[in-house]
Design a protein around this ligand. Structure first.
Ligand SMILES: Cc1cc2nc3c(=O)[nH]c(=O)nc-3n(C[C@H](O)[C@H](O)[C@H](O)COP(=O)(O)OP(=O)(O)OC[C@H]3O[C@@H](n4cnc5c(N)ncnc54)[C@H](O)[C@@H]3O)c2cc1C
Length: 389
């Protein structure tokens, strides 16, 4: 098989599939290599804010995404069981499985190729050859590493990636039931809970976070029990228990912080999504950043006539600025959510209610338009498209 004209996308998650669809829309050859035997998203929810939705709109995929998602009425904040603030939102919530299925179907419709059971083990020849676990190898045009938070490509080809630290927070998740139609944030001194519907049946994605000195493994597959969960979150038992189904599966994991990279490309390889910027999940923006990354790269390739070295430089500059800022805001959000002192927490709640702090934060995140950012950036360069900068 020959892939010398193909962008080889490693990983079939949100980043890999969005990149694949965007590239195919620009008629760029692609192939996806995924280590799993099939589409394999875990049962969990994801919220998609305007910055991501407008990208799907530009790619003519928004209607399909919307029809397999839910549109919550509002985002509502509670402190120690009392509601204190709410805003209107323009956000869709979905099950990850549904989102991945929609992206995958779109990619196949666009004539995209995908190989399951293909785990990349090494990158050779300055990024021009990929080698798989079974030692098969392919020569490709470019490596787009979309292989997630524990990216092997990031580990083997990028320096400064080893220093991983525990964030101080453990998380639990499950898909439960509730009749509430909003995105709900329940804040307390050491914990916070986020729940929202992911479909018209109001099935709920529930994520509960707790501050703790000891941590669990960083794994999305480690099961907990209902008893353990309710014991850890005993202050919120009254709220959580009715959302738990019979035979409920509950998962737990530790949240870790990884260092920022100086560049998100090297040689003939570029990083996307969690592989490029693994962020803590307190703003619910990791997937949206992956979508912004993917569209930015595809648009640049299209506008710069496939001049990959030039695209890598501009992509890295644009995305590092944006992703690092969001990653810092996300860590800051965790600290704000878990203020322990009652009076300070009350002050935080008053500031949220009376000032424009929430709207200025959400505007910064949600009003970003990746398309306009690319056009603006390209105006800064007076270059001949074929010369390197
Ligand atoms: C609790 C929680 C809540 C979140 N909520 C939100 C939210 O509401 N909104 C939001 O935008 N984001 C949210 N996020 C973040 C979001 O889920 C991630 O940022 C996003 O899924 C990352 O997508 P990705 O494609 O980069 O990685 P992944 O989804 O991890 O995909 C990586 C893919 O690469 C494959 N792979 C890995 N290694 C190899 C290899 N060597 N060879 C071949 N294939 C390989 C994997 O099998 C996988 O399919 C949340 C995260 C968490 C933990």
């Amino acid at each position: 098989m020959k892939f010398t004209n193909h962008i080889a996308i490693i990983g079939c998650g949100i980043a890999g599939l969005t990149l694949a669809c965007a590239l195919r829309k620009f008629n760029i050859e692609t192939v996806i290599f995924e280590r799993n035997a099939e589409l394999n998203e875990f049962g969990a929810g994801i919220s998609l804010s305007k910055n991501a939705l407008q990208i799907f709109d530009r790619l003519n995929m928004l209607e399909n995404i919307k029809s397999s998602s839910y549109q919550p009425d509002k985002a509502v904040w509670h402190y120690k069981k009392n509601k204190f603030y709410e805003i209107s939102i323009d956000t869709f919530t979905a099950s990850r499985q549904n989102l991945i299925r929609v992206l995958y179907n779109e990619y196949i419709k666009l004539g995209g190729e995908i190989f399951f059971n293909h785990e990349v083990s090494n990158i050779l020849n300055d990024g021009k050859t990929i080698e798989f676990k079974d030692l098969k190898s392919y020569v490709i045009k470019h490596v787009a590493a979309c292989d997630g938070i524990k990216s092997n490509i990031r580990k083997i080809s990028f320096s400064g990636t080893k220093n991983i630290t525990y964030s101080g927070f453990n998380a639990w998740r499950f898909l439960g039931k509730n009749k509430n139609k909003n995105i709900n944030f329940h804040l307390d001194s050491k914990s916070h809970i986020i729940n929202y519907p992911i479909d018209d049946n109001l099935n709920q994605s529930v994520v509960a976070i707790i501050k703790n000195k000891t941590w669990h493994n960083e794994s999305w597959k480690q099961e907990s029990t209902i008893e353990e969960f309710l014991d850890v979150f005993k202050n919120q038992r009254e709220y959580l228990e009715p959302m738990i189904n019979d035979n409920q599966k509950i998962f737990k994991w530790g949240i870790f912080v990884r260092p920022f990279l100086k560049e998100i490309y090297c040689e003939n390889m570029t990083l996307f999504g969690d592989a490029a910027h693994p962020i803590v999940p307190f703003l619910g923006q990791g997937g949206c950043m992956a979508i912004e990354d993917s569209y930015t790269f595809a648009l640049l390739l299209n506008k710069l006539d496939m001049n990959i070295p030039m695209v890598q430089k501009i992509y890295s500059k644009l995305r590092i600025q944006r992703n690092n800022k969001i990653a810092r805001m996300s860590l800051q959000q965790a600290r704000l959510n878990h203020i322990e002192n009652y009076y300070l927490a009350s002050l935080r709640n008053i500031i949220m209610k009376k000032s424009n702090v929430i709207s200025s934060r959400t505007n910064y995140i949600w009003e970003y338009d990746a398309h306009i950012q690319v056009e603006r950036e390209l105006k800064n360069y007076s270059f001949n498209k074929t010369t390197n900068i």
